[in-house]
Design a binder for this molecule. Structure first.
Ligand code: T4K
Length: 373
């Protein structure tokens, strides 16, 4: 049996992709906002139900250039402006802040859904705070109402790292509409992929030109370079992949839902294993299947379970361990004991394999191995 990895990229039928990219051979137009980029941008805008959307090479550049476009820091030098964020995330969230010359201030997470603890945000606000950057981790939606109230009261920007929440709704509202900007990742490992890719969604029309300038060298036309921009354009092949995968997104999510349900049937009643919560207000995309293992009740640690699964060719991942504030590049400046809930979860979490093509019998096998533990 091949190894079962934590996820497997969703691919459209190969003929569908070939049909989509045939035009590129005819036109020889491969990048720089060609027809596929425009079509994909427009289809995505309506699927996500957002007012404005800019596409990027990846989710990280969407986050990093969004912070730059909002003019919160100074990329050429460190400032002491602060952004309140969570340490319980992928490296990208924090790196985007730091690479803008801004200082991340880590707020602890909630034990129930692992998103930023909105009740602990206000205590971290200083006269240097310019923004809040929460993460809808595993597709669990942050307390957007409370975060919005705090941001309005203190005049802060809110940038949601929505990398895990593509296609979701909260109280019937599509997630890309929350905050000043919501950024998605379309990486190969995501529920929806464009091979590599990302997008920033926003309401403020004036942000569009700034984001466009930053992703395309500030070029307005062949003889006008109006801003000091970078290069973070989505190319025509990635946009074509997006066009194809978007046709299959509801099927993708419903297949993942079945995998999620099967895991829950097996694991729901096991003492010492905590499953991702189910919030009645959220329409999930089933991006991840994290479990949190309490050794005292379960009898084995997260690392014991990890080793056991790996020995049977099942490769889960410790998303998210180590915590960002324990990374080599940050640990001298931060103390993860100040975010104890995040530390607790990070030391015990294991993301089990989940993807549309995962056979339910393999889910049964994985759960049997967990049972043997
Ligand atoms: N914010 C958050 C909260 C994020 O989680 C991420 C990305 C970002 C921002 C930034 O978005 P991007 O700039 O990446 O668009 C993976 C992904 O590379 C990363 O996109 C993702 N988060 C993170 C949670 O997971 P790794 O280091 O675990 O990837 P890797 O290469 O170990 O792959 C994991 C598994 O995925 C493999 O075991 C098999 C499968 N896989 C992988 C690749 C590369 C495939 O099936 N196909 C593939 O092409 O980071």
């Amino acid at each position: 049996m091949d190894k079962i990895l934590v996820t497997r990229s969703s691919m459209p039928p190969i003929d569908e992709f070939i049909d989509e990219i045939k035009e590129l051979w005819d036109s020889h137009w491969l990048t720089n906002m060609g027809v596929k980029h425009k079509q994909f941008q427009s289809e995505l805008r309506s699927y996500l139900g957002v007012k404005n959307i800019e596409l990027f090479t990846n989710g990280h550049m969407a986050l990093e250039l969004t912070l730059q476009a909002l003019g919160l820091g100074d990329v050429s030098k460190s400032s002491d402006y602060e952004v309140i964020t969570t340490p319980y995330t992928f490296a990208s969230t924090t790196h985007a802040i730091v690479r803008n010359g801004l200082k991340p201030v880590f707020c602890d997470i909630k034990q129930d859904n692992y998103t930023i603890d909105e009740d602990k945000i206000e205590a971290l606000i200083t006269d240097k705070t310019v923004a809040i950057m929460p993460v809808h981790v595993y597709g669990n939606i942050c307390n957007i109402e409370k975060i919005n109230d705090i941001a309005q009261k203190h005049n802060l920007k809110v940038i949601y790292d929505a990398a895990h929440s593509f296609g979701e709704r909260y109280k019937g509202v599509k997630v890309g509409t929350f905050g000043d900007v919501s950024c998605f990742s379309f990486h190969a490992t995501k529920v929806f992929n464009t091979i590599e890719g990302g997008a920033a969604c926003f309401n403020d029309d004036s942000l569009g030109q700034r984001l466009y300038d930053l992703k395309n060298f500030g070029i307005h036309d062949a003889e006008t370079v109006a801003a000091v921009g970078s290069n973070a354009k989505m190319n025509e092949f990635c946009a074509s992949m997006g066009i194809c995968n978007l046709r299959h997104i509801s099927e993708e999510i419903s297949k993942r839902k079945k995998v999620d349900e099967r895991y829950r049937q097996h694991l729901e009643k096991i003492d010492g294993i905590r499953l991702n919560p189910v919030d009645k207000d959220t329409e999930y995309n089933y991006a991840y299947f994290p479990i949190v293992i309490d050794e005292d009740k379960f009898g084995k640690s997260r690392d014991d379970v990890y080793e056991k699964l790996v020995s049977k060719d099942i490769i889960p991942r410790k998303y998210f361990y180590p915590l960002v504030n324990d990374f080599d590049c940050y640990k001298d400046k931060y103390d993860s004991s100040k975010t104890p809930v995040a530390k607790y979860v990070s030391d015990r979490v294991l993301a089990l394999p989940i993807y549309a093509g995962l056979e339910l019998s393999i889910v049964d096998d994985i759960c049997e191995i967990l049972g043997e533990c």
